[in-house]
Write a protein that binds this ligand. Sequence first.
Ligand SMILES: [Zn+2]
Ligand SMILES: [Zn+2]
Length: 138
Amino acid sequence: MSNALMTLAQPVACPQCHAQLAINPKAIGMGAGSWEVQCAACFRILYGGVSRYDVRTAPAYQRLAEHRRQFVDSGDLASVEAEVIALARDHDASIKQRRCECGSQFSIAAKPRCPVCSAVVFESYFHYVFTPATKRAA
Ligand SMILES: [Zn+2]
Ligand SMILES: [Zn+2]
């Protein structure tokens, strides 16, 4: 469980439309200095939404990293849910670009949604979803 939650490009199927997708833990690898933030209503992701190098967002970055550790260790999202929602209430205003082009808002407490049908794909505040590169037919 712990390992799977920190695996890069873990395959996952959309529970609603069954699109073949993949999830990544946030703030890992090349983007480790910032935390991806999702839209509350659609699949769009604000890359660099919460930066560890920005004094306004660094505290939220730190707390999110701690909550993820808790979630990965326990596998229990409910144990961190209240804290993440409180963090969003206090820190969503510091996200540099609040409004998504769909009309909704980016939020620390938004979960990853399917790019095809916008259903929540994975119950986590600490992962984002993407469409894996498809192999071209020979
Ligand atoms: Zn879908
Ligand atoms: Zn949106």
